[in-house]
Write a protein that binds this ligand. Structure first.
Ligand code: PMP
Length: 782
């Protein structure tokens, strides 16, 4: 951190001339810009030019020695690399102590001056950027065998120091600016830093920015020099590539092809490892946040100092913002493409599917997510099977909407019959909607009987939220961290899981997820239920401090987007009590958990023995036909209707209700709740057994047929194995097994099939997963 406070040497030109003479050079001197030390351009006779470098008093001798050792080492290993050459002093030393006229002693050394134009000031083109990437890689290669004890120093410009700068986020000129910086730091601290530890590390240049890379004036597509070895340190090799990209493209158009040109040049010289490919996005965002924060600090702390860093604050934040809105997936896709890697054995999108993909991308936006690296064109479904356009069969271990199986004949029949008879709305009397309300009410206790019909889970949650506010008279919302509850604007505030840009809602507080694998209180900690639940006290108090009282706590009992959790017994009950005591309602979002998904009970919240005030359902309710329902007490529905009338055009239409009734019949007739519990327990047990053979499996958890398998780099450090997870999901797809990934770190395999899944299907999953995990181990270590 000492580098934040600048205290550069203050040699006069006369001092510099005297120092120059000690290196046997007579010439004119001119000061050059430098951040921490002092540099002078020395022009001697015969056009020869040198740079006299003066280190700060605080600089250790070791750091100067490190620079000199690196210059010598690179020259020895690869004499072709255009770097400065050391000039010895008259008395044969590489550096010497020099005392100014004012009596201050510094270290001085001299190197040759390299001709060329700063890349910052040159027009760029693809070839130049390619050469730039290549040159940085070659320099890294040349430095790889160097050891020097001073390289272990802590340098502020090392991205690993980013978390230390969090304190300066508050100085950002706007709220958006502050949020984007703090969000970048948080995700860097929790996800990137641990993963960086397994990346290649060595002594690196550390600062290949636009001022330290020179372009050949006669050949504008070639890099002519790399200068300034003052920021060398031992750190992730990947950092040099990140700096090469961010700093050189900072004030340019920085489009995909430019970023890719640098990566291509680098990768063709030093191939990136899979883990590095996965982390480059994080290193780019970290470097931009670091630049912005150092600039911000200097601008606010030392406003009068001439510091070129100031001008990078705005473009750093602008680019950071762009990268976040492109998203990790997209940018990592660029990196993968530039490195020429798709998943090794990926099925290429061929023939008509390729045409369909390009039409879709043109008409729906290429960023609309598709599952799998080689997207599937699915044309038919039956039970637990999906079939693609080529007739290939896939086991569906993922989709929960076709709850009783794809195209269940009874649902098809019910829908067909109804759609050919009548389909209208709830402003007429109709048998189906009332029957569905009655049947849903039979599965819920007490006076949870009154239904409002909508079309999706999002709408159900939105309406439930309005009811809770109307009934309680409060305005605050409580939810789980990393939750997802839907797409409306009000519910987006309850859905941090899907958000690319952070939002700060005055009325919202999130609760620490009861994650006993990764959270603050682990399985071996006593009393986890009480400890996690006490976070609700904190959240309620924080709302109160802002003058807000809770209207509702919204919770999904599968804790799906938290990575599928098993909350400790008593946890939800304790939170419900605290919310009720604060005058709020508890909403059980059964969009994922409902209809027997978690086994043994119809509703997920029953697994935890709690009594919500409102229940919302969606997805599986119509087996693919859109239905959303809010089920509550009459007095709560009344509170809403006191404020507004309510009508949804399609909500409760005859056809959707016919589908809903058929789903309830099938669940009962086929004993599917019991099936979900039994097959789920079998599958979970078999997955647990796999843990003995695969160190990558950190945890297996879930209830019934919603199971999460958390993948980690190893069971001791428990670092999220995000790349491996993605690899495994794609490899299983290639074998005809469709599963997904989930969780805040993207490292939980999500198993959530139609609940007609049986033991044979479970065995197929186990067999294939076992083999794929073996392949994954080989793949990642090669
Ligand atoms: N709640 C939960 C728990 C969900 O998982 C989802 C969808 N993934 C929703 C609500 C939103 O449902 P829909 O997409 O039907 O609006």
């Amino acid at each position: 951190m000492r580098h934040l406070k600048l205290n550069p040497p203050q040699l006069t030109l006369q001092d510099a001339e005297r120092a120059t003479a000690l290196f046997g050079v007579q010439g004119t001197v001119r000061e050059l810009y430098s951040e921490r030390d002092q540099n002078f351009l020395v022009t001697a006779g015969g056009e020869s030019q040198f740079v006299l470098k003066i280190a700060t008093v605080e600089d250790q001798t070791g750091e100067v020695e490190l620079q000199l050792a690196a210059l010598k080492h690179v020259r020895e290993v690869n004499p072709q690399l255009p770097i400065p050459v050391i000039r010895h002093s008259e008395s044969g030393e590489e550096y010497l102590e020099f005392t100014t006229a004012a009596g201050v002693t510094h270290l001085a050394f001299m190197v040759s001056f390299l001709p060329g134009v700063l890349i910052e000031d040159s027009p760029i083109n693809g070839d130049l950027l390619y050469d730039h990437g290549r040159m940085i890689a070659r320099l890294g290669q040349a430095l790889s065998g160097l050891f020097h004890p001073s390289a272990g120093r802590e340098l502020l410009w090392d991205i690993r120091q980013l978390p230390k700068l969090k304190q300066f986020c508050d100085r950002a000129p706007s709220r958006e600016h502050r949020l984007i910086l703090s969000r970048t730091i948080d995700s860097f601290s929790s996800e990137t830093l641990p993963n960086l530890k397994v990346c290649r590390a060595q002594i690196i240049h550390g600062d290949a920015n636009g001022h330290n890379v020179l372009v050949d004036v006669t050949q504008p597509h070639r890099v002519a020099g790399i200068i300034d070895f003052g920021d060398l340190y031992h750190g992730p090799l990947l950092n040099d590539l990140a700096v090469a990209i961010t700093d050189v493209l900072m004030s340019r158009s920085r489009d995909r092809s430019e970023v890719q040109a640098i990566i291509r040049g680098y990768n063709e010289t030093v191939p990136l490892q899979p883990v590095e490919i996965g982390l480059l996005f994080d290193c780019l965002t970290a470097r931009l946040a670091l630049t912005a924060l150092i600039s911000l600090y200097r601008r606010t702390e030392l406003p009068t100092r001439l510091d070129y860093n100031h001008i990078y604050e705005a473009p750093s934040v602008a680019w950071l913002d762009e990268l976040h809105s492109l998203g990790r997936e997209e940018v990592t896709g660029w990196v993968r493409e530039a490195c020429g890697v798709r998943d090794d054995k990926a099925i290429k999108v061929k023939g008509p599917a390729r045409d369909l993909l390009s039409r879709r991308q043109r008409l729906m936006n290429p960023r609309m997510q598709l599952f799998y690296d080689a997207p599937l064109h699915i044309v038919r479904g039956e039970g637990v099977w999906l079939f693609d356009a080529t007739g290939r069969r896939y086991l569906d271990v993922y989709n929960n909407v076709p709850h009783v199986g794809h195209c269940h004949p009874k649902v098809v029949e019910a829908i067909t019959r109804q759609v050919s008879t009548l389909n209208t709305n709830t402003r007429y009397l109709g048998e189906q909607v009332v029957a569905l309300a009655e049947r849903l009410g039979e599965h819920l206790p007490g006076d949870l009987k009154v239904c409002a019909f909508v079309n999706s889970g999002s709408e159900a949650n939105d309406l439930a939220w309005r009811m809770a506010k109307a009934f309680s008279g409060h305005t605050g919302g409580l939810l789980m961290e990393s939750a997802y509850h839907g797409i409306t604007d009000a519910i987006d505030a309850f859905s941090p899981a899907e958000r690319r840009i952070p939002r700060e809602d005055h009325h919202i507080e999130t609760l620490t997820a009861p994650d006993r694998y990764r959270g603050p209180y682990k399985t071996d900690c006593p009393d986890t239920a009480r400890r996690y639940a006490s976070d609700a006290d904190r959240a309620i108090a924080r709302l109160a401090a802002r003058g807000v009282k809770p209207a509702a706590f919204l919770v999904d009992s599968t804790f799906l987007t938290n990575g599928v959790l098993e909350a400790p017994r008593g946890y939800l009950d304790a939170v419900f009590k605290k919310v009720h005591a604060a005058g709020g309602l508890c909403i059980a979002d059964e969009v994922q958990a409902g209809f027997g998904r978690m086994g043994n009970f119809m509703w997920g919240h029953q697994t935890y023995g709690v009594f919500p005030d409102i229940v919302t359902i969606g997805k599986p309710a119509g087996n693919g036909h859109p239905i959303g329902v809010v089920i509550t007490r009459m007095e709560i529905m009344d509170a809403l209707l006191d404020q507004t009338s309510f009508f949804s055009t399609f909500g409760g239409n005859n056809v959707s209700c016919a589908a809903g009734l058929a789903v309830l019949d099938i669940i009962k007739e086929e004993g599917l709740i019991e099936n979900s519990g039994r097959v789920g327990a079998y599958l979970k047990n078999a997955l647990r057994n796999l843990m003995h053979r695969h160190e990558i499996i950190g945890d297996v958890r879930g209830h019934g047929l919603v199971i999460g398998v958390e993948l980690v780099t190893d069971q001791i450090s428990q670092q999220p194995a995000r790349n491996e997870t993605r690899w495994v999901v794609n490899a299983l797809c290639r074998r005809g097994i469709l599963i997904g990934s989930e969780g805040p770190h993207g490292c939980v395999l999500k198993i959530r099939p139609p609940i007609v899944f049986n033991v044979k299907h479970a065995d197929m999953v186990i067999e294939n997963l076992d083999e794929v995990l073996n392949e994954c181990r080989e793949q990642m270590s090669s």
